[in-house]
Every structure is written in C-alpha cells, then in structure tokens.
Design a protein around this ligand. Structure first.
Ligand code: CA
Length: 229
C-alpha cells in the first residue's frame, strides 16, 4: 500500500487532500501539527511521501521538512504553499523539499505531483495498478479479487467483484448501464441491460447498510449508476 503523510492544520483542507489521495489509491496518515507529523513518520517507516503545510501551530512546515530530511533522505517531500508567499517555494526547496503545490490546488494537480514523486522515490512498484483501492469502509484487493467492508470479507461473485472494481476506480462518476455491461461482461456480450440491474440489486444487498436506501451504489435515473455521492 502506498502511504502518504498529510500534515495540515486546517481540517477542511486536510480532509480534501485525504479524500483525493484515497481515491487515487493511496493510504494516508494525518497530522495536524509538525510534532505529530514527525511522530507519524517515526511510527510508519513505510511512508514514502509527505505533504507539509507551512503555517502551523508549533513548529512550522519548514522545520518539519528539515527534521524529516535529517531522519530520512529518501522520503519525498511536497510543501503546500500559499499563493501569496512566493518565498515559501524557495525556502521549502532550500530546506530539502522535493516539490511544492500552491494553494488552492485541484485534486488532479495534487495527485499528479504525488504520483510523480512517488515514482521518483522508488517507492512505487505498483504505480500503474495499485493492489488495493481503499475507499472506507471498503477495501478492494485487486490481486486477490476480494472486497472488505469494515475489515470483514464480503463474498462476491466474479461479476459483482468486477462491478465494484469499476465503481471504485471511478468514484463519483455516473456510469451508464451500457458502459457497465461492456466493461464487466465484455463488448461481445449480447444480453439485456436488465442483467446489470439485477446484479446491482444483489450487490446492494451484500454491501449496503440498507439495500432499500443505498448510499454506496446510487441510481442515476434514466442513465445508470454511480459510486458514492
Ligand atoms: Ca496552515
């Protein structure tokens, strides 16, 4: 699992970053202060990339960067800088950061930077297709083709597994029933679209808290389905 540290004291920014990294297949370790971040890196030697906010209560992001570098030369460091503080970028790089992202940043920009740095730090043997897709409470293991919900295995048919995988690879995206049919059953499959609905219904019984009021597999009326809201 690819692990990233997210140090940011503003909770809304931190959760925005965390959600997007998780969608991109990363596992995250969160910290709200520099002291917590240093402790987290000590406790999680498999963290390969750290995202560091600069303005923090206690020691600032530059100091965290300096101390991380002193601890571990290989960890990749990305500073989260404010647009107005051009000097932050220079200072960040001088203290040992590998890269910086200027706030406000888009999810795509952020994950592209993390992906690139992850590759550079050599921590990424499975960059192209991660073994696991984490989207709490779910964890999909693409090597074993298994799904866990809250740590408990959910027994799925191969078709159901393929549907979940498609969803988890496209969180929040409306997928048409045709698209689901083509991807899961193959383009050569001559069947009715109804088979998609039947499988979704069964899948909901297995993975939703309440299949009558689904929150994970949502219906997009007259079109298809999507994962999440
Ligand atoms: Ca801050």
């Amino acid at each position: 699992m690819r692990k990233v540290l997210v140090l940011e004291d503003e909770e809304n920014i931190r959760s925005f970053v965390v959600i997007n990294l998780k969608r991109a297949g990363y596992q995250t370790v969160e910290a709200g202060t520099g002291e917590e971040a240093l402790e987290a890196v000590r406790d999680n030697p498999d963290i390969k990339v750290a995202l560091l906010d600069i303005m923090l209560p206690g020691i600032d992001g530059f100091e965290v960067c300096r101390r991380l570098r002193a601890m571990d030369n290989r960890i990749g460091i990305i500073m989260l800088t404010a647009r107005t503080q051009e000097m932050d970028k220079v200072t960040g790089l001088m203290t040992g950061a590998d890269d910086y992202v200027t706030k406000p940043f888009s999810p795509a920009e952020l994950t592209a930077r993390v992906d690139a740095l992850y590759r550079r730090t050599g921590g990424d043997e499975a960059a192209v297709s991660p073994d696991e897709i984490s989207d709490p409470p779910f964890l999909l293991n693409t090597r074993n083709r298994t799904l866990e919900k809250n740590g408990q295995r959910v027994k799925l048919t191969q078709v159901e597994y393929s549907i979940v995988k498609l969803f988890m690879e496209n969180p929040g995206k409306a997928l048409s029933r045709e698209e689901i049919l083509d991807t899961v059953w193959g383009k050569d499959y001559f069947g009715e679209l109804k088979i998609v609905d039947v499988n979704i219904r069964r899948l909901r019984i297995k993975i939703e808290d309440n299949a009558q009021k689904p929150t994970f597999v949502n219906t997009v009326w007259g079109y298809g389905y999507k994962w999440g809201s």
